[in-house]
Design a protein around this ligand. Structure first.
Ligand code: F3S
Length: 281
């Protein structure tokens, strides 16, 4: 059986880097090892790390009770106050913030220091946005919808700097910037959207068009996997959503010519490989 696996399946560069960092610290870092928030939304990975002694810190309060070991910052990044607290507690900080997110931190810090009011286009409850806000010298505004953009009133005569959450939809970003454009004469817009998600979707669509059966791997609550499934289903009726190799229905694959495989952003490479091997056996 012929199998085609999407190159962009699974972890993006930033998440892969963060997960690798945790395993490196497990091997060589100063114990105990903590991650600030779960390193990834994948139970298999988090449980495996837990078994290796990695603990998750859920908030600042918990962090302020820890006085020994290493704290790893995940790819979403955190605000400056968390770095300060890690230092104050005498802990080792290992920063696995995705470089694309780090770039946003540097931009908002610089521009807010220079007197610009920061507008973040994104979801206010998302940890990444929380972290970006934590690098702004002045109060940042978060805009997620057209209504919020309409309602936004910049302080008079204050120039703006508009950035985006990395995973925000590009079209929506453009629409919101258009609304915000009318609010200030002096504004800079920095498109900080990362194209990892879009690349994964584009490749999945292309492969689904070519194959007889398409397999999409990911957690049952993963919204990005759900989206991948919908995209593939449009191109290939025989698209299957599975979580692990155990969900694979071998009967379906029996007389199939070409099988395509893709996976959501929090699916480890190991699971993708297991599915690939099973399809080829
Ligand atoms: Fe991933 Fe970094 Fe982009 S974490 S989605 S590569 S911003």
């Amino acid at each position: 059986m012929q199998v085609k696996v999407a190159k962009s399946a699974g972890f993006c560069f930033g998440v892969q880097r963060a997960v690798d960092t945790v395993y490196e610290q497990v091997a060589h870092g100063k114990k105990p090892i903590y991650t600030y928030g779960p390193i990834i939304h994948n139970e298999v990975v988090v449980q495996d790390l837990e078994a290796k002694g990695v603990r998750v810190i859920n908030n600042k309060e918990e962090l302020s009770r820890i006085t020994e070991g290493t704290v790893i910052i995940r790819s979403h990044g955190v605000g400056k106050d968390i770095y300060d607290l890690i230092e104050k507690q005498g802990l080792i900080c290992v920063d696995a913030t995705c470089p694309f997110v780090k770039k946003i931190h540097r931009t908002v810090e610089k521009e807010s220091r220079a007197g610009r009011q920061i507008v973040i286009i994104g979801n206010d409850r998302h940890p990444e946005v929380e972290g970006i806000k934590g690098w702004c010298r002045t109060k940042a505004y978060v805009v997620e919808s057209a209504t919020q953009a309409e309602e936004f009133m910049p302080e008079e005569q204050v120039p703006l700097c508009i950035v985006s959450q990395t995973t925000f939809n590009y079209k929506k970003f453009k629409d919101l910037v258009e609304i915000l454009d009318k609010k200030s004469y002096d504004r800079i817009v920095v498109n900080t959207i990362c194209n990892a998600t879009e690349e994964r979707q584009t490749e999945a669509r292309r492969i689904a068009k070519e194959v007889d059966v398409m397999i999409v791997i990911g957690g049952s609550h993963s919204s990005n996997t759900q989206k991948l499934f919908e995209i593939c289903r449009k191109e290939c009726k025989a698209t299957y959503y599975i979580q692990t190799v155990h969900d694979l229905d071998l009967d379906v694959l029996q007389s199939t010519g070409l099988i395509g495989i893709t996976a959501g952003a929090s699916t480890p490479q190991k699971i993708i490989e297991e599915v690939q091997t099973r399809c080829q056996s």
